[in-house]
Design a protein around this ligand. Structure first.
Ligand SMILES: [Zn+2]
Length: 254
C-alpha cells in the first residue's frame, strides 16, 4: 500500500539503525500520544468554563492559574474522563529499548505520563507531568492517587495545609526545569541515534535541543514537514504508533 513512496524501506532502515545503536534517544511530542487518545493541546479549541470559552493556552498559563485554578482542574477532570487512554506501540517499543539497554533516555514534551505507564524509567519530561501535584503553600508533593477528588473537577487542597494544589507541569509563563533540560542536552549530545517523533519542532525548546545532536542518524517522524527536515537522515511521515507497531510485528523487537 505504501510501496510507491518507499515507506517500508524507510522502516527497515529504521529497524536496522535501532539494531545497531546503543545510546538511542527518543524525543517525542504530542503526536506520540494522539494514537493513545490524548489530543494535541496546542491548537486545541477553547475550554468551556461556566459558559465562557477560555483558550486552552490561558487555562495552562501560570498567571491565569494563580487567579482561576478551578479552570485548570475542570479541564483536567474532563481530559481524564476520556475512555481507553493507554500507552500505544510507540510507548511500548521505547520501553522495551530501555530494558534491552539500548536507549539512554526518553525526552518528552508530553505531560501525560504514558511512557512511565509503558515501563520507561529514564523519562525527561520537559513540561512536567500532570499526575504529580505540588502544594502552592507548603511545597509538599503528592501523587494524583494520594489526593482524594483530584479528578473530580473541584480544586484539590493540600492534606497538610489546605492550600491549593497545582500540577507539576510547566505552565505557559514558567521556566523549564534546569536539571531536566541539562539531562536532555547530555543524553542528546551523546546519542548514537536520535528519533524525533510527533513534533513539528517549532516550539521552544525542542528545536534548540536537537541542535546538540552530533551523530549521523537523525530520524524525523512527523506527519507534516518540519524546519529540520533538511538535516534529517531519515524522514517518516506515517503515524508514530503505527510505525512502531509494524516494527513490533515484524519481529524487530529490541
Ligand atoms: Zn501544603
Amino acid at each position: 500500500m505504501d510501496q510507491q513512496d518507499g515507506q517500508p524501506d524507510r522502516r527497515s532502515l529504521l529497524a536496522q539503525w535501532i539494531e545497531e545503536s546503543r545510546r538511542i534517544v527518543f524525543f517525542g511530542g504530542a503526536g506520540v500520544s494522539t494514537e493513545s487518545g490524548i489530543p494535541d493541546f496546542r491548537g486545541a479549541t477553547g475550554f468551556y468554563h461556566q459558559d465562557l470559552e477560555i483558550p486552552l493556552e490561558q487555562v495552562l498559563s501560570i498567571d491565569f492559574f494563580t487567579v482561576h485554578p478551578q479552570a485548570y482542574w475542570e479541564w483536567f477532570a474532563q481530559e481524564n474522563a476520556r475512555e481507553g487512554v493507554a500507552p500505544n506501540a510507540a510507548h511500548r517499543f521505547v520501553a522495551d529499548l530501555e530494558r534491552a539497554g539500548k536507549l539512554s533516555a526518553v525526552v518528552t514534551q508530553n505531560i501525560d505520563g504514558l511512557h512511565q505507564r509503558a515501563g520507561s524509567e529514564r523519562v525527561l519530561e520537559l513540561h512536567g507531568n500532570w499526575s504529580r501535584l505540588i502544594c502552592t503553600g507548603c511545597a509538599e508533593r503528592f501523587s494524583l492517587s494520594e489526593v482524594e477528588g483530584a479528578r473530580s473537577g473541584a480544586v484539590p487542597r493540600c492534606p497538610e495545609c489546605a492550600s491549593v494544589l497545582r500540577p507539576d507541569i510547566v505552565f505557559y509563563g514558567e521556566m523549564l526545569d534546569n536539571d531536566v533540560v541539562e539531562g536532555a542536552v547530555r543524553a542528546i549530545s551523546e546519542a548514537d541515534l536520535l528519533i524525533v517523533a510527533g513534533t513539528s519542532l517549532v516550539v521552544y525548546p525542542a528545536a534548540g535541543l536537537i541542535d546538540y545532536y552530533a551523530g549521523e542518524r537523525l530520524v524525523l517522524m512527523n506527519a507534516t514537514p518540519t524546519p529540520y527536515d533538511s538535516r534529517a537522515d531519515l524522514i517518516i511521515r506515517d503515524p508514530v504508533g503505527r510505525v512502531f507497531q509494524e516494527l513490533e510485528h515484524t519481529g524487530r523487537r529490541p
